[in-house]
Design a protein around this ligand. Structure first.
Ligand code: SF4
Length: 126
């Protein structure tokens, strides 16, 4: 069955590109693989400015608010602006993924959009 209706915060369109099995806990990594599989199966995502489908498996998620909320919200804002999208937009994962690749990665904006992220070393190396 095709899956749809996945909430995603904008910067997770980037995390999903570069994920290589590293994360905040074993449980988080397993959860992330599950979300990625759902996206690849034809998921449709809605951009949210709060905790999303990926945050749902994260130990930093405190009752729906990220422990590093200020930092990740700033990354979300830079990512969504660079992709030319708005919070609440709904689109196929394939399209969001293509926009993240084109407007951020290929445009050389990854380092700026994701500044302050502890995982940037993984993404920059690819
Ligand atoms: S660190 Fe924050 S933004 Fe990232 S997955 Fe965890 S709760 Fe979500």
């Amino acid at each position: 069955m095709e899956c749809n209706g996945i909430d995603l915060r904008p910067h997770h369109a980037l995390c999903a590109q570069f994920f290589e099995g590293k994360g905040y806990s074993e449980q988080f990594v397993a959860h992330m693989y599950g979300v990625l599989a759902t996206l690849e199966r034809g998921g449709v995502v809605t951009l949210t400015d709060g905790c999303d489908a990926i945050c749902a498996g994260c130990p930093n998620n405190r009752d729906g608010v990220c422990e590093t909320d200020e930092k990740v919200k700033a990354i979300d804002r830079r990512a969504i602006e660079a992709m030319g999208l708005s919070f609440g937009d709904t689109l196929p994962w394939r399209d969001l993924s293509a926009l993240a690749k084109e407007k951020i990665v290929a445009a050389g904006k990854l380092k700026d959009v994701c500044r302050d992220c502890e995982w940037i070393g993984i993404c920059e190396g690819k």
